[in-house]
Design a protein around this ligand. Sequence first.
Ligand code: IPD
Ligand code: CA
Length: 285
Amino acid sequence: MTETSPLDKATTQRLVVLAADLAREAGDMVRRGRPRDVVVAATKSSPIDVVTAMDLASEALIRARIAAVRPDDGILGEEQGLLPGSSGITWVIDPIDGTVNYLYGIPAYAVSVAAVTGPPRPDAWTVVAGCVHSVADGRVWTAGLGKGARCDGSPVQVNDPVPLAQSLLGTGFGYTADRRRGQARVVAALLPQVRDIRRIGSAALDLCTLASGGLDLYYERGLQPWDLAAASLVAQEAGALVLGLRGVPADEAMTVAGPELTVRALVALLEDLDADRDEPADPTV
Ligand code: IPD
Ligand code: CA
């Protein structure tokens, strides 16, 4: 457990309960409504960065519920952007994290709901409450700032640090070729130095798996606020240090999470590798 919340205990707890209710309700819809053949409704940063009708429906449901019970709060969602509020609290939501898994029927996708104070950006916000609901198997991770992290109601804790050579790392890849070229170079350099690497396909589930001891470390370049908000609080409240490179907070440039000792070692390695740099195609090739 870390800082104390800028909100009183009762308010923080109410936000945790609401985050969990919203994630469960949207998760039920996502699970029950999954057609045999999921189709792509739109694409975003590249032709493989897909949106399904269920991403849109899940976000619409969560937005409608928040508007009904907390009409003064802002909402930032992956599919519909920012609706500013006046209460100082913004909900940051990923209606389906792991959309490609959802598309292919791989059971690793989640609904992620967080409440933050301050500007809804990773370098400026304080995440006060969060819930990540793993839709296919029903697991629910919750966290409140200063109140610890739980999975299905039981406290969770990250693993004790082990040397990098014995650490199981989670990571993920972006959707553009320039980013992936850089990420491939970094993975190639890390793989011989660690126990192994997992690519689960949902950043929120990566961070929650880390929180529950199913990974020793996690790093990824390219996370968006909705990938990070709820799950970073779960990881942090489970004892992880969640950092960026070069002294800045975790954000799109880089997120590294795990027990302090090994996070610092991995950060140093990633900085040496310039892992926060994309790699444009060589025009001469
Ligand atoms: C993606 C997943 C994936 C991660 C990508 C994210 P989406 O989110 O979290 O694991 O590697 O960086 O964009 O597109 O499924 O919501
Ligand atoms: Ca996402």
